[in-house]
Design a binder for this molecule. Sequence first.
Ligand code: DQA
Length: 143
Amino acid sequence: KTIYVLNGPNLNLLGQRQPEIYGSETLEDVEQLCREAAGEKAQIRFLQSNWEGQLVDWIQEARTEACGIVINPAALTHSSVAVLDALNMFDGPVIEVHISQIHKRESFRHFSYVSKRADGVLAGLGVEGYQAAVRRVLSLTRA
Ligand code: DQA
């Protein structure tokens, strides 16, 4: 089985981007953490785009290719009905991850469209949130 790990806008610059908020690990480091968390139990398809439509396409693809989705929608969290609508067509578990503690930050980050669909939400655990999210997908899809 395959878990899709999807990352939204500006996360390609993780490590360089406001490290005081997002830490010094890069997105490659996060990919490695996800692969370690999945171990032999699942394949990881790890993807990032700055484009909303690309994320929608990947979520649609996941309907037939993935047993679960881990998603850090980044800024699209707070704006994208399209990402929410796509996730609503996906049948497996969806876990939402935010590296930072969005509820401690600006009020525009407190609302998440994606949380209307997500089965779990992790915020403020740093990149460790991704590991916990992968483990949660594994336990929810344990056959
Ligand atoms: C983020 C939080 C969002 O508010 C922000 O737009 C991001 C990253 C996080 O991982 O903490 O790009 O999703």
